[in-house]
Design a protein. Structure first.
Length: 385
């Protein structure tokens, strides 16, 4: 279990404040996120845990604005590395951040990968988007080393393109058949880089895998491909959405070790989205517990596991089976609320074993019980807080 410290104010590089998000559907408005607030620091592995449908994935998709068209953000700010509010910047600026500074390891490898593209081209897609000129230069340099008769001409074309990217002569030259190879240099160079990235994530025979298609790979290999895609542009933050879903235990261990290696060697910050408390305990420094679009508790992983405060967190802990335990697992009574008509006040109160009258009337404020360990619960604050 990791033992990270709560970030100080000057270390925070991702911060979400008072995020409210709704989905408009034909039945009405689904109130998915209700005042989400969290922050993390550079180099931290931060976990977001909760039941299916609690808003984990929507929260992280909001960071990179990959939301469905019917999503409406009513309120809130998301700042990253001291930037302005990510929710307000133009789309063309946001496109420069996605993949380059913030990458996502998506949940389902088979639906996230393009079945018609070779693995190398999918890993290299982000490289071509963000570093096209570098790949063009690298491709020409490789052609020169191999003695290509057109390499000198292509090098002059590159110099022209860098000085005058809209040059009419350049546009005409690139249409001449024997110069077509110039347009292939970036992809060829990105494929070479892709092989190295696949090797970095522990892919066996990366040269061969790079030229195969997703359906030819196992589930664990496809998951590694998604990690390779996320790593391609060396982002500052990786969002890992259920990174060990649908893979066997051995592959899970390899993926977790890979994520830890990324943090150790590159200082990459990782935001892990999961319903798996075991995964949280294994690799995370701090954790946020979510319930029905609200944050229940947030703090150091050791504190949360050893001294859970919120009744919902305690319920989750009692539902964990430990090897050698003879006791029956305890379930949390009731059902997750329908967010078309969410409960008033604390959304957990209909299922809470320690519910009080005020719990249904008013939402509790965030209370810090000890350094970095915070909880939204009326058990820990005065009524007029």
């Amino acid at each position: 279990m990791s033992t990270g410290e709560s970030p100080s104010e000057d270390e925070v590089f991702l911060e979400i404040k008072n995020l409210h998000l709704d989905f408009s559907v034909y039945q009405g408005t689904v109130q998915v996120l209700d005042g989400i607030e969290l922050s993390m620091k550079r180099g931290e592995i931060f976990g977001v845990v909760g039941e299916t449908g609690c808003g984990k994935t929507v929260t992280t998709r909001s960071i990179v604005r990959l939301l469905e068209s019917n999503a409406v953000i009513d309120e809130g700010t998301i700042t990253f590395m001291g930037s302005e509010n990510l929710l307000k910047i133009p789309e063309d600026e946001m496109a420069k951040i996605r993949g380059r500074k913030i990458s996502i390891i998506f949940q389902e490898p088979m639906t996230s990968l393009n079945p018609t593209m070779r693995i190398a081209d999918q890993v290299g897609e982000g490289i071509l988007l963000h570093f096209r000129d570098d790949m063009l230069k690298k491709g020409i340099e490789l052609a020169e080393k191999r003695g290509s008769p057109l390499a000198g001409l292509h090098k002059r074309l590159l110099e022209t393109e860098l000085k005058s990217p809209n040059s009419i002569l350049l546009k005409l030259a690139r249409r001449i058949p024997f110069i077509n190879g110039y347009n292939k240099y970036p992809r060829n160079a990105s494929r070479i880089d892709s092989v190295e990235i696949l090797r970095d994530v522990g892919m066996p025979s990366p040269e061969r895998i790079a030229m195969e298609y997703p359906h030819e790979l196992s589930g664990g290999m496809r998951q590694r491909v998604l990690i390779a895609i996320a790593l391609a542009c060396q982002p500052d933050l990786i969002i890992a959405d259920e990174p060990t879903t649908a893979v066997d235990v051995t592959t899970q261990a390899k993926i977790l070790n890979l994520l830890l290696k990324l943090r150790e060697e590159r200082g990459t910050s990782i935001l892990v989205i999961t319903h798996n408390l075991g995964l949280i305990a294994e690799i995370c420094d701090r954790v946020c517990v979510m319930y029905a679009g609200q944050i229940a508790e947030i703090g150091d992983v050791v504190d949360i596991f050893n001294h859970p405060l919120h009744p919902y967190t305690r319920g989750l802990m009692r539902a964990i089976h430990n090897i050698g335990d003879n006791k029956e697992l305890e379930e949390i009574p009731g059902n997750v609320p329908i967010l078309l008509t969410p409960p008033s006040g604390c959304r957990f109160h209909p299922r809470c074993p320690r519910v009080m009258k005020i719990c249904s009337e008013k939402r509790p404020t965030l209370q810090e019980m000890e350094t970095g360990h915070k909880v939204h619960c009326w058990l820990y604050q005065e009524e007029d807080a």
